[in-house]
Design a protein around this ligand. Structure first.
Ligand SMILES: C[S@@+](CC[C@H](N)C(=O)[O-])C[C@H]1O[C@@H](n2cnc3c(N)ncnc32)[C@H](O)[C@@H]1O
Length: 245
């Protein structure tokens, strides 16, 4: 029997998921930054700053940002550090091109290199990085365990992986309001500002299918990391998992 995996609430063939995720981001790429600001009321910017605050990144480090998209995380890193080597990786050509254009326009290209890659099969030798970050990307992977093992392989000893991702709200009332917002407002915002409600329906569904805080922590530890803690943001709507190799 052929293997299936979730694409939002649908079960699809393993071999098809990557292409379906690619269609979503190719469809939304032009309005991606605008929609992020609208959907989160600008809060995603704060969450990404917190991610870097707790990263303990230092001058001279080599960093891989997976699912880098339009480059929000590399931009924050490059603003804070002079001597830094940032590898921006994304599977989607359109998203990565926007990130590269932005790095040139906002003058952080000299600290940055660009790789069209899958986070599930990293084209780097073992122990290449002092830090790996991934913001709102892991949810879209076909095989998250493979991705986490690859991240572990490519990190140096005593280095960190930081995962910023939607997670599970801890408060039941907030959770109900958030569900209503996700399934009623998000697709409408998508329709209105990006002419694409389906991609934003996928966003809402993919968030519900992503492992909750403790489950993701377990998956991270099982992928080889020696420890993992997480911080809930906005009552757990978003969480940052910090894992050490
Ligand atoms: C929601 S965006 C996040 C972009 C950026 N990190 C941010 O926080 O704004 C998700 C990104 O993950 C990328 N992506 C999805 N699956 C991927 C994979 N297997 N490997 C690498 N990138 C992937 C998509 O192309 C998209 O650019």
């Amino acid at each position: 029997m052929s293997k299936k995996v979730s694409f939002g609430y649908k079960q699809v063939e393993v071999k098809d998921k990557e292409g379906m995720v690619a269609e979503v981001f190719t469809s939304v790429h032009k309005n991606y930054d605008l929609m992020n600001d609208l959907m989160s009321a600008g809060m995603h910017r704060i969450w990404k700053r917190i991610l870097i605050e707790i990263s303990e990144i230092s001058e001279g480090d080599t960093v891989l940002d997976i699912a880098s998209g339009t480059g929000d995380i590399p931009k924050i890193i490059s603003d804070q550090l002079d001597d830094i080597d940032i590898f921006m990786g994304d599977i989607n050509y359109e998203m990565l091109s926007l990130g590269r254009d932005r790095a040139i326009d906002e003058n952080f290209h000299s600290k940055t290199s660009f790789f069209q890659l899958s986070g599930e099969n990293l084209p780097f030798i073992d122990e290449s990085f002092n830090l790996i970050t991934i913001g709102f990307g892991l949810r879209n992977f076909t095989n998250k365990e493979n991705g986490l093992k690859e991240m572990h392989r490519c990190l140096k000893e005593n280095s960190k992986l930081l995962i910023l991702e939607f997670s599970k709200p801890t408060n039941t009332v907030l959770s109900q309001i958030y569900d209503w917002y996700s399934f009623n407002i998000l697709p409408k915002l998508g329709e209105l500002f990006a002419n694409d409600s389906e991609s934003y329906k996928y966003l809402a569904e993919s968030i519900r299918m992503h492992p909750a805080q403790e489950d993701l922590k377990k998956m991270i530890i099982e992928s080889g990391f020696k420890d993992c803690n997480y911080y809930n943001l906005l009552n757990g709507i978003v969480a940052i998992h910090v894992a050490s190799k």
